[in-house]
Design a binder for this molecule. Structure first.
Ligand SMILES: *Cc1c(COP(=O)(O)O)cnc(C)c1O
Length: 389
């Protein structure tokens, strides 16, 4: 079935791994693995365990569980930190027990925080948008705290993970890190562990190029082992359901946890493992392609002297990008964006800096030739406005 049959116009994705456009293309190897996976049934808890062991080995992390994305990873991490493997706790979420708060530095707030509050936990903000002090964290850490949620970066003089983990651990509180678009590179994951992260949520559909609805929750084995209770279909009979043949684990109690709606199918689990294997086998596989597409776009845009085009490196995603500045052009970034969406081919670029009158091209989702197509179309939009002015 083609999308045209549904009356849909395809989009040239110049934003990269964004969910609203469906993410990145997957390799043939990943797609074949997904097809093969659905031909046979297995116990999903055993598949999760076997893949978790293999992912942990590939990534260099103590333990791992496949989720339906980093957001789901945060939900499951929060659930585990709130009630662990206690069967009553699992059943009662989002009604939490004593541990009902998650601490977050104000500089780390993000719309994805909904993952935490959806489990029934309250966020306690500490510090200010550009700074946090140690005592502001220390004075919040008591037995009502389920976890600290940490993000990477955060502008200003904020507490680094190492300090957060040191303080949190001294109060017996685990630290969850949202590393959705920050890992890979794998060295960063190892650094997060070294700095004291307890649970780390990563997207499978971003730089790993796995299925769009996949992700990894990894970290401390004693915490990761409880994730299954909150995630998997546990509506099984005590009388007949046997211990896992992979690890011997036999979850008891609990039925359908709060993460049950974020289930992953076997094709996603196997697809993600295959994608991670491909990544680990050749982490720089796409670098040449990115450079070629950005160069082609840049060349097409030099025909247009009203635009200022500069190279940049997106530090979070560790990928080169092209910044297109509309300050000298007869259309602003918002109007260009609207026209790019309406035109043919239909093009979407990043509007992260549209407020500064810039659009940004991220090459991660581009097919061969897309860079040039985008450059030509943007130049055309500017030319048409110049002629009309
Ligand atoms: C993308 C992203 C998420 C959500 O990741 P999914 O894998 O789409 O669920 C969460 N946090 C941050 C910082 C992200 O960039």
């Amino acid at each position: 079935m083609g999308y045209d049959e549904l009356g849909l116009r395809p989009v040239v994705n110049g934003l990269g791994p964004v969910t609203r456009l469906g993410g990145l293309p997957m390799s043939d190897t990943v797609l074949e693995a997904m097809c093969a996976a659905v031909a046979t049934n297995v116990r999903i808890d055993e598949l999760q365990e076997a893949v978790g062991l293999e992912l942990a080995r590939l990534l260099g992390t103590p333990a791992a569980h496949v989720t339906s994305g980093a957001y789901a990873g945060l939900v499951l991490a929060a659930a585990v930190c709130a009630v662990g493997g206690d069967s009553r706790g699992v059943d009662e979420l989002p009604l939490t027990g004593k541990r009902s708060r998650v601490i977050i530095q104000m500089a780390h707030r993000d719309p994805y925080d909904h993952a935490i509050t959806s489990v029934g936990l309250r966020l306690t903000e500490i510090g200010y948008p550009y700074s946090t002090r140690r005592h502001e964290l220390a004075r919040e850490l008591d037995d009502t705290v389920a976890a600290v949620l940490h993000r990477i970066g955060g502008n200003g003089d904020v507490l680094p993970l190492r300090v957060v983990a040191e303080l949190a651990h001294s109060a017996g509180v685990p630290v969850i890190v949202d590393a959705a678009d920050y890992v890979p590179p794998l060295e960063r994951l190892h650094q997060l562990h070294d700095d004291g992260a307890d649970l780390i949520a990563i997207s499978g559909g971003k730089a790993f190029r796995g299925p769009q609805a996949s992700g990894i929750l990894c970290g401390r084995a004693d915490l990761v082992r409880h994730v299954a209770l909150h995630h998997l279909d546990m509506d099984l009979r005590d009388e007949t359901w046997s211990a896992s043949e992979v690890t011997g684990y036999w979850p008891t109690g609990g039925r359908e946890g709060i993460g049950r709606g974020m289930k992953v199918g076997r094709e996603q689990i196997v697809g993600l493992l295959t994608a991670v294997r491909e990544y680990v086998g050749d982490p720089v596989r796409w670098d040449r392609h990115y450079a070629d597409e950005l160069a082609a776009c840049e060349r097409a845009l030099t025909a247009c002297d009203r635009l200022r085009v500069t190279r940049r490196h997106n530090e979070t995603m560790d990928v080169p990008t092209l910044v297109i500045d509309f300050a000298g052009a007869p259309v602003d970034a918002d109007e260009a964006s609207r026209q790019l969406d309406r035109g043919t081919p239909r093009i979407h670029l990043s509007e992260a800096e549209a407020w500064r009158n810039r659009l940004i091209l991220n090459p991660m989702a581009l097919a061969i030739g897309d860079g040039e197509r985008i450059g030509e179309r943007v130049a055309e939009v500017v030319r048409a406005a110049t002629d009309g002015a």
